[in-house]
Design a protein around this ligand. Sequence first.
Ligand code: BTN
Length: 236
Amino acid sequence: MHEIHFESIDSTSTYAKTYGNAFPSDQITCITADEQTAGHGRFNRPWASPKGVNIYASFYFRLPQNTKHLTSLAQVMTSSMAAVLTHLNPKIKWPNDIQLNGKKVCGVLCELTFQGEEVIAILGVGVNVNMEMSDLQKIDKPATSLKAVTGHTWDQAELLKKLQKQFENDLEKFKKEGFDPFHDFFERSLCYKGEEIRCFDGKKEWVGTYHSLNEDGGLNIRLPDQTIHTIYTASE
Ligand code: BTN
């Protein structure tokens, strides 16, 4: 894996978008930073990125356009992170948030650009590692950190290495078999099963109950008229 690190940057994902064309085309480039001054999440929400306490990483790589289940690439990264944290019993809030004790600890931002025969993927991962309560409370939604949950300080470099290794292996599987190898683990890890789900897919708000995880990683929800609708992106 090709690695680039900054002490401070606006956003590791913005950097990848701007300079990605110069990165090696045949491997993953991982851009990390100690802090981000304009970290952002899905739907352009701000992502709290204080200095030195968390992981802010963007993984840049290319895939063939005909890669199977491409719409669920973000779920693969979510699965990689959940696998690294298995011993803490992480829960996945579909499509790509990881929660501990009902609070968000990790988010994934997936940006795909179609270019010729290829897709350029940038997967931005934010993990609250050693973030203190005082900072977590400033976030507008319930958030936690690994330190807040376990009571001890984590080695961020070691955790990042584990994630990089896990994702490198998972991406190789995904290239060959799509979402299939991740489906069962992902579904087992999902939270809010059987509960009402209310989500906005960028165009419309869908309200229904959890039905199942589609084979390609989409979420099947049962609507009030009993029909099943599959969604591929969502925010509350
Ligand atoms: C979300 O849950 O909305 C996704 C959050 C993604 C945050 C990461 S931190 C590293 C990368 N750089 C950014 O500006 N965002 C992603």
